[in-house]
Design a binder for this molecule. Structure first.
Ligand SMILES: Nc1ncnc2c1ncn2[C@@H]1O[C@H](COP(=O)(O)OP(=O)(O)OP(=O)(O)O)[C@@H](O)[C@H]1O
Length: 452
């Protein structure tokens, strides 16, 4: 049996349709027509998932949800609503529903939502994330990385803001999720926002949300990321680029835990841990009047500097071996490794793109080489570097020249997308709408490996 589902809904048609759909798929369906029957089944039959009608006869949602959350905290509850509204959804989620699902809803959609909810619940029930895999941010033996790990571990339980400093690709984003997942807020969300290039109003609405009618295009109320991150962590990448108009509002959140949605009079409270990151020199930005001094002091109490790869060459072979192990699994190419000369070549390179670039070089080599043990000649540093430079030469727009073959158009388009993504193959593949492995195959077949 896949699971047991309690369908608490007065609508006989919906119950029957869902039962007919889920039973052949290994689910057991329990039906309740009202709150009394639902309570009884919940107590007796211990379902894995509950579908609960918003206005189930016999008891209001505002009573039932808190009661059920208290008695069965680990059972995901999905609220089905025939009269959906934003207020109803916010209330249901606040009271502990996993999802708020507007009716009508097709059984296949409901089944998918149930499976997601169950999966999320199982993930939450996993043992603490120390055992949960994911890249290890402190690989290596250098004093710089050992010191960083010791400091991070001391700060895990603190609620103070953290500032991650380091060049591009040093792993600031990875470290932010590692910290979140190992800290006391791991069960709540980690919400990420990159402040670079966001216009002030967009940044404000993303962070603080807005009321309906707050500005011309605000046709609906929008929850800000701060509210989504409540009880969890907020990762603000490129915080040095935050618009000066938004900075005092962030400071208020940090100092008083209060903020206001755009267009709202009332203030709200929120409980988040801020993890900020930047590759810029914030002190210089404060001196230049681009970053507020008071905000800088607030977020820089606990600065953590992530070393560049070239500052710790002794760690490179260890990290490379670890990345190749992961790539072996991901690419289905067992036994990936490096010759001694290839390791030495990796250690002798300057890695302006740090871990991201190292991973790109290894992934590219692993996909393109015919043998699993990679040699120096398999490592294409120039391709990675050309892809990283924002000024890397790009081809002219292919659509302007009708004499081009389809292959040439494809070749040029891929080059441009790759260059515009700074050589980041994963992101380029995403923009192109193809799997990363297919992009590598295309690069190979189009002879693009050294000229992105
Ligand atoms: N510890 C690690 N082990 C393996 N790979 C890593 C590790 N840290 C980072 N990476 C790789 O490097 C890439 C860049 O990492 P991340 O985005 O965390 O860096 P960043 O410092 O936040 O970069 P940016 O400043 O450009 O946003 C990741 O996508 C991942 O592939």
């Amino acid at each position: 049996m896949t699971g047991r589902c309690l369908i608490a809904d007065a609508d006989l048609e919906l119950r029957s349709a869902l039962r007919r759909f889920i039973e052949p798929r290994g689910w057991e369906a329990l039906e309740a027509r009202n709150a009394h029957e639902a309570r009884e089944l919940l107590r007796r039959a211990r379902p894995d998932v509950v579908l609960l009608e918003e206005h189930l006869p016999g008891s209001p949602l505002s009573e039932m949800l808190p009661e059920w959350r208290a008695s069965h905290p680990s059972v995901p509850l999905l609220v089905l609503s025939a009269t959906p509204s934003i207020d109803g959804a916010v209330q249901a989620i606040k009271l502990g529903a996993e999802q708020f699902v507007p009716k009508p809803v097709e059984p296949p959609t409901l089944l998918r939502l149930m499976e997601h909810a169950l999966e999320a619940q199982r993930t939450r029930a996993l043992p603490p994330p120390d055992t949960a895999g994911g890249p290890e941010p402190f690989l290596g033996v250098s004093p710089l990385i050992r010191q960083l790990e010791a400091t991070v571990r001391r700060l895990l339980d603190s609620d103070r803001a953290l500032l991650l400093l380091g060049e591009t690709g040093t792993g600031k984003g990875m470290l932010a999720s590692w910290i979140h997942l190992r800290g006391p807020r791991a069960r709540a969300p980690l919400v990420q926002l990159n402040c670079a290039g966001l216009a002030p109003q967009l940044l404000e609405t993303e962070l603080f949300g807005h009321e309906r009618g707050a500005f011309t295009s605000a046709v609906q109320r929008k929850l800000g990321l701060l509210e989504v991150a409540h009880k969890g962590s907020l990762f603000l990448d490129e915080v040095g680029d935050m618009d000066p108009l938004v900075q005092p509002k962030l400071l208020k959140v940090l100092e008083e835990r209060r903020f206001r949605r755009l267009g709202e009079v009332e203030e709200r409270t929120v409980d988040i841990r801020l993890i900020a990151a930047t590759h810029q020199n914030l002190v210089e930005r404060v001196r230049a009047g681009r970053f507020r001094g008071d905000l800088y002091f607030r977020i820089s109490t606990l600065p953590l500097r992530l070393p560049a790869l070239r500052e710790r060459p002794e760690d490179i072979p260890i990290i490379a071996r670890n990345m190749l192990e992961r790539l072996s699994d991901e690419l289905g190419r067992p036994g990936l490794g490096l010759t001694a000369e290839a390791e030495a070549a990796l250690c002798g390179y300057t890695w302006p793109g740090n871990l991201r670039e190292l991973r790109n070089v290894l992934e590219r080599a692993a996909l393109l080489s015919a043998h699993p043990v990679l040699k120096t000649e398999d490592l294409d540093f120039n391709a990675a570097l050309a892809g990283m430079r924002p000024d890397a030469p790009t081809a002219s727009p292919p659509e302007s020249d009708l004499s081009l073959t389809l292959r040439e158009v494809e070749r040029r388009h891929i080059s441009r997308v790759l260059a515009s993504e700074g050589g980041h193959v994963g992101r380029a593949a995403q923009r192109l709408g193809i799997p990363r492995s297919s992009l590598y195959q295309k690069l190979k077949s189009l002879g693009l490996s050294a000229k992105v």
